[in-house]
Design a binder for this molecule. Structure first.
Ligand SMILES: Cc1cc2nc3c(=O)[nH]c(=O)nc-3n(C[C@H](O)[C@H](O)[C@H](O)COP(=O)(O)OP(=O)(O)OC[C@H]3O[C@@H](n4cnc5c(N)ncnc54)[C@H](O)[C@@H]3O)c2cc1C
Length: 380
């Protein structure tokens, strides 16, 4: 039977980043992807990379991810297409202003010194088309930005293969074997493989992977949309990613046009990814206030993909205590593209060296059973 030190289930950005970081530590890796690499949520995302989170551990992970993306070409051999155009959060509710004032202090303490507070007029200097009538204040971090999900995923995949990792597409994992109290192998559409460690990198489908070993991995799929327009003169390639925090409407430059999207509050879980035009209506309604110039730009394309949401909107990273050998790297709740480079490195360190540069214990799988949840508030 074919064997591997570690089997990774799922070939999105997370699985590929992890495969690279493990292979770089001389771990014998087998990655199994039932479709194509990057064909899940990774292929649908907006490419946003920010460090402005409400939980310290996420800020630390993101500061590391930004360093890895900045140095990506040097390490991986191809550019990540990372443009540090910054992220601007526009705040319209007094409570958010109060919260973000405290967050700026926390960010500075953690070392994110460049994040700063902006008055609405200063924000409009950065984003000329920004509607600021109801904006009370903004935060801006110039080292945030956008990168290419495809370049990062394929870059990690190629680098992992060069280091000897086996990445197989078109192979579905149908079961996980447990023997003598620990993981012993995987069953797949291409036969069985023997391994003592399985990583759940199955994105929105991670709950089903957990069920294969009797573990509850609380990840639910939620549909999210994106649209891309033709040129908008007010938005140049240097315009920051801009987020209307209260409504989660966001936009950033995309080629010569603008990419925009909007979240939902309290929508039901679904694996449906057909475009729902009602989401466009909601986005346009906010856009008329926040970026009125969007009205004149024709929509060129739009699509929907899945967020992989956990009860506290934080990733699930680390070993599942009750099933030795079963690890999670999933549940990113809509910020998995930006977290994957650092999560891959930190989990490889934790598995191989026994400790990671950032303490991931707050994101451990067991926190749900222990009731130790601390919700991430800055979810878009
Ligand atoms: C509209 C939209 C916008 C987004 N914008 C951003 C953004 O700006 N920034 C950001 O950081 N994140 C963003 N995200 C979230 C981001 O896309 C995800 O968090 C990230 O792609 C998760 O990567 P992943 O590798 O964990 O999962 P995926 O990319 O979904 O990969 C999981 C893979 O597992 C495979 N799989 C599942 N089950 C099995 C099985 N049994 N056997 C074999 N293979 C299996 C699937 O085929 C899939 O390819 C966005 C998401 C959406 C939908």
């Amino acid at each position: 039977m074919e064997t591997a030190d570690v089997a990774i289930v799922g070939g999105g950005v997370m699985g590929c980043a992890l495969a690279y970081h493990l292979a770089a530590r001389k771990v014998d890796v087998l990655l199994l992807e039932r479709g194509q690499l990057g064909g899940g949520s990774t292929g649908k995302n907006a490419g946003g990379v920010r460090q402005q989170f409400s939980n310290e551990v996420n800020v630390q992970i993101q500061m590391l991810a930004v360093r890895l993306l900045r140095d990506f070409e040097q390490e991986i051999g191809v550019p990540a297409d990372f443009h540090q155009i910054g992220y601007l959060f526009a705040l319209t509710r007094p409570q958010d202003v109060e919260d973000f004032r405290q967050l700026v202090e926390m960010w500075h303490q953690v070392g994110l010194r460049e994040a700063r507070w902006l008055a609405p007029e200063q924000a409009r200097e950065l984003v000329p088309g920004l509607g600021i009538d109801d904006v009370l204040g903004c935060t801006f971090c110039p080292t945030d930005g956008i990168a290419s999900p495809d370049a990062v995923t394929q870059g990690y995949a190629s680098a992992a293969r060069r280091l000897g990792a086996r990445l197989r597409e078109g192979v579905e994992v149908t079961g996980i074997e447990v023997a003598a109290g620990r993981v012993s192998g995987v069953k797949t559409s291409a036969g069985e493989f023997s391994t003592r460690v399985v990583f759940n990198c199955a994105g929105p489908w991670s709950k089903a992977l957990g069920e294969m070993v009797g573990a509850v991995i609380p990840v639910e799929p939620h549909r999210r949309h994106i649209w891309v327009t033709g040129p908008v003169p007010e938005v140049t390639r240097e315009t920051p990613m801009t987020v209307d925090f209260a409504t989660t409407f966001y936009f950033h430059p995309e080629g010569d046009g603008v990419l925009f999207g909007i979240g939902e509050r309290d929508d039901d879980p679904t694996f449906e990814t057909a475009v729902d035009e009602r989401a466009l209506e909601r986005a346009i309604e906010v856009a008329m206030r926040r970026l009125p110039a969007l009205e004149l730009a024709g929509i060129k394309t739009g699509w929907a993909g899945l967020y992989e949401t956990t009860p506290d909107h934080q990733a699930i990273l680390g070993p599942v205590e009750e099933v030795p050998g079963f690890w999670c790297a999933c549940g990113f709740s809509g910020h998995g593209f930006m977290q994957a480079p650092a999560a891959g490195l930190l989990l490889a360190q934790q598995l191989v060296e026994g400790r990671a540069d950032v303490d991931l214990s707050a994101l451990r799988p067991g926190r749900f059973r222990a009731g130790a949840l601390l919700a991430e508030k800055n979810v878009i």
